[in-house]
Design a protein around this ligand. Structure first.
Ligand SMILES: Nc1ncnc2c1ncn2[C@@H]1O[C@H](COP(=O)(O)OP(=O)(O)O)[C@@H](O)[C@H]1O
Ligand SMILES: N[C@@H](CCOP(=O)(O)O)C(=O)O
Length: 303
């Protein structure tokens, strides 16, 4: 009887303002994946929840491609599988659905063949797949992650802030693929803008690691991606202002957008409602969710 493995992987919010392609946070919104490898040559992919009817259910599926990458790396060969995914992370909204899918495939395949690869090896594979480490790092390790690629190897440090930090995410009713949101970015930036972002990123990590959240208003400022992506997210500045007016510490684009995220320790629901109303005033329907930091990252659960 082929063994079924089941994994749970968090969605993630990347960048956190100035930390473009480097900072990420695992969030309490999850996708689940069941994987059963078999000796047939039939690939059967069942998709429930977000992405049903949209995500490819053949060899093009990135979960299956991630599974194949682990099999190739570990010298195993299976052409048949049953994959069942139950997705809560919305697609192409800036909450790391592609990273969650890749990490789910890697972690499940590794477990299915006896767990030969370490978390660090899975992180390196995941970074190659995704092209940037900031979503896959928190999806694998949980918490707040700082990552960089050095000599073709992905490095990551993870920490948790002291105190409870709530994340209010306004989810507008339109998609924005990360690819499209990267295409609007310039090839080069001004020296002053680079310096501006270095100071904000340094302050951001200090504020998050020390629980000095009062610095977030300044620390979430960014000049490397948000100004260029603003045109793709109608009402962005109004939504930030609405959240801040309700007492949020600060706000940013979640990942490549279009979700916008506000950080707070109180008043989360009024902040979410104000963000939705500000989107509405710009003719954009939206909903909101209140998320916390997922501490564990991708994990095996009982099948
Ligand atoms: N569970 C999944 N299984 C397979 N592919 C997925 C899954 N979730 C997302 N994807 C792929 O990732 C794409 C979205 O990735 P991306 O544009 O990076 O946005 P984000 O990661 O912010 O949600 C989807 O259009 C789809 O092709
Ligand atoms: N650093 C990336 C993050 C993309 O995150 P996603 O959740 O939108 O996939 C970028 O800003 O392009």
């Amino acid at each position: 009887m082929p063994k079924t493995v089941k994994v749970c992987v968090p969605g993630t919010t990347a960048n956190c303002g100035p930390g473009f392609d480097a900072v990420g946070i695992a969030c309490t919104i999850y996708n689940e994946l069941e994987l059963t490898l078999n000796r047939s040559d039939k690939l059967n992919i069942e998709i429930l929840g977000e992405g049903r009817g949209i995500i490819p259910s053949d060899e093009q599926n990135i979960v299956w491609q991630a599974v194949q990458a682990v099999l190739a790396r570990t010298g195993k060969s299976y052409r048949g599988a049953h994959i069942k995914m139950t997705n809560n992370v919305p697609l192409a909204r800036g909450l790391g659905s592609s990273a969650a899918a890749i990490v789910a495939g890697l972690v499940a395949a590794n477990a299915a063949v006896g767990g030969p690869l370490s978390k660090q090896q899975l992180f390196e594979l995941a970074t190659e797949f995704e092209g940037h480490p900031d979503n896959v790092a928190p999806a694998i390790f949980g918490g707040i992650t700082l990552s960089a690629v050095y000599q073709e190897k992905a490095h990551c440090l993870r920490f948790l802030p002291p105190g409870v930090l709530e994340m209010v995410v306004a989810i507008p009713a339109f998609n924005l693929s990360t690819k499209a949101a990267r295409q609007v970015l310039p090839e080069t930036v001004a020296y002053q803008d680079a310096v501006f972002n270095i100071s904000r990123t340094a302050l951001l990590i200090g504020a998050l690691s020390q629980g000095a959240f009062g610095h977030l208003q300044c620390a979430l400022e960014d000049r490397l991606h948000q100004p260029y992506r603003e045109a793709l997210i109608p009402g962005m500045r109004d939504v930030f202002q609405a959240a801040n007016k309700q007492g949020a510490y600060g706000s940013a684009i979640s990942g490549a957008g279009p979700c916008l995220i506000a950080f707070t320790q109180q008043n989360a629901a009024p902040i979410g409602e104000a963000m939705v109303a500000a989107f509405k005033a710009n003719n954009i329907d939206a909903t909101y969710v209140i998320l916390h930091i997922d501490q564990a990252g991708a994990r095996l659960i009982d099948a």
